[in-house]
Design a protein around this ligand. Structure first.
Ligand code: BMX
Ligand code: ZN
Length: 322
């Protein structure tokens, strides 16, 4: 049990395609008790939100948090939202449409609610309490199911009109290229997300059953973004081609953002960023070689997140610590 007398806590919630995770967060960005619930494919959007309301109410009771001491609930949501009316306009992964989630959760919990795009939440969390703390201008990319993006300009989160902005995954890298989840073709997300790397790994496995990719996937128990990297580390040529291609797309995408924003840093998070320095050193080398501005002074720091999977929860809660 946590007894906090002052009103210095907020609930941060990170909504994903397969699960929803949340926690009470202190104004110093510390994560207290966590909760999670699965998102069952096929459940209606109303059912998922009503289940979430129950989970939050049960959580507050179980951990004996007094609602009077909670500033509010921040919801980080993948997809397009409208912060002026608290509605999820469209979320393709969740199959949500025109969902008045803010009002529903406010009514169901009796607490104030704010909504934010999931990657904007992660960026805000990292900027306030994590790897981005020492920078005033930064870009963050979450390399997961999709590519989420976030922008900090002069220390402030730039969310665009109605909170719909910073969809950095949906800029075109190749005209008429790979199909993207957003409906367009050739987006950055369709080349540099974990999903894209998995697609390419599967294709390569079919073309080259003799490669080490299959063996690595069997050891890991699934085909995820690690397979290509692990095969490359074992000296496999197909793994090497996949990783080189991935580094190329990721770096070219980053250089687009260097040209637009010239940030002090770019923070990478999500499944692929777990490769850490193994990936980052290659990306830095590529940018150094290919980008006329990158090599100048000061360089753009390319770093990984510090808060990991907590950044979204922390950032969503931090909407109440502004
Ligand atoms: C997609 C888009 C973004 C989101 C990003 C990261 C949807 C549902 N999502 O580009 O809004 O920020 O994915 O999402 O349209 P994740 O699911 O990879 O965390
Ligand atoms: Zn797209």
């Amino acid at each position: 049990m946590v007894i906090i007398m002052e009103k210095k806590l907020a609930i941060g919630v990170d909504i994903g395609g397969t699960s929803i995770k949340g926690a009470a967060i202190t104004s110093e960005g510390k994560v207290l008790d966590v909760f999670s619930m699965p998102v069952i494919k096929g459940d209606s959007q109303e059912k998922v939100v009503n289940d979430l309301i129950k989970v939050i109410n049960d959580y507050l009771k179980e951990h004996q948090y007094d609602k009077d001491n909670i500033l509010g609930i921040g919801l980080g949501i993948p997809g397009s939202i409208d912060t002026s009316i608290g509605v999820v306009t469209y979320s393709n992964n969740l199959c949500w449409n025109e969902l008045p989630i803010q009002e529903m959760v406010e009514k169901g919990t009796g607490l104030p609610v704010r909504i934010i795009n999931d990657a904007n939440a992660a960026t805000y969390g990292e900027a306030k309490f994590g790897a981005g703390k020492k920078y005033k201008n930064l870009i963050m990319l979450t390399l997961g199911t999709g590519i989420g993006g976030g922008i900090i300009i002069n220390g402030e989160l730039y969310e665009g009109n109605l909170g719909k902005g910073a969809e950095l995954g949906h800029v075109i890298m190749k005209l008429d290229g790979e199909q993207c989840s957003c409906g367009r073709k050739g987006c950055f997300e369709a080349y540099a997300s974990a999903t894209a790397l998995i697609r390419d790994t599967k294709k390569m496995m079919e073309l080259h059953p003799e490669s080490k990719l299959g063996e690595v996937a069997r050891k890991l128990g699934k085909i995820d973004a690690r397979v290509a990297f692990e095969a490359e580390r074992l000296g496999d040529e197909c793994g090497h081609i996949l990783v080189e291609n991935y580094v190329k797309y990721l770096s070219e995408g980053l250089m687009n953002y260097f040209n637009i924003f010239r940030p002090e840093a770019v923070v990478l998070s999500g499944g692929v960023a777990n490769e850490g320095e193994y990936l980052l050193s290659r990306v830095r080398e590529y940018c150094e070689r290919e980008h006329y501005g990158y090599g100048g002074t000061p360089k753009v720091d390319i770093i990984t997140s510090e808060l990991g999977y907590d950044s979204g929860k922390i950032g969503a809660a931090a909407l109440f610590f502004k």
